[in-house]
Write a protein that binds this ligand. Sequence first.
Ligand code: TYR
Length: 271
Amino acid sequence: AAPPAGARRLNIGVVGFGKFGQFIARAFARRGAAVRGTGRTDETAAARAMGARFYPMYEQDEFFRGLDVVVFAVSILSFEEVLRNIPAEYLRGKLVVDVLSVKVHAKKTMLDALPGDADILCTHPMFGPESGRAGWQSLPFVYDKVRVGDHERASDFLAIWEQERCKMVEMSCELHDEYAANTQFITHLMGRILGEQRLAQTPIDTRGFQSALRLMETTCSDSFDLFYGLYKFNAHSHETLRGLRESFAQVERQLAAKEAYMAAKADMASE
Ligand code: TYR
């Protein structure tokens, strides 16, 4: 009988070993994968603490040797440059995965830059170290098998997210970006706008205001580079921004119209 998915011990390399890279690497290690990390800053201690191994950038040769899966956990803004700076031979035959918050850009860049015999899996875990702190159960994991030859290897990798009980959502990169512009980007946009207002707690906060504060805090604590990436590298975000501005004006017009109506009514009553 075939071994159950996830039974093979995957060798997974995480390129970009920052907060998010380490966050997912920890789960890979917990689920029995042999994990390596690499990145600009030395994270040897963090890697060791999770039973992984850190390779400095100048040891690329050793880092890539024997990997089954390479996961890119770098910023949206640096993704293309990082990808193009890795010699194609290192990625040949491997499963290459990205976790960017924008998907069409990731897909196009990988199709363009990767050697033809590399498998491509585009993913977006819809959570991070904060929202996924208490576990990943029921949190959406979006994926698109853009180019998969070795199905067993891809299933073994996806099994990790399944075992963490993510809500697995197979969806095209195109549809993801359409949805995300009106869900994730608009959320960050509203949070940033509220952040500009410098909202703060008072003794009389309503539940609604408490949730506005939470929105502000969670979105403003992500980097501005992430926010900019959501805008710049999702073709639908410009439309979301324009639509929001239009809605702001529309609501102001509704208030003005009501005010005019009330004034006219008061006029009539006094005649
Ligand atoms: N950073 C936030 C968290 O930790 C939310 C987030 C989720 C940010 C998905 C980006 C992203 O693509 O929960």
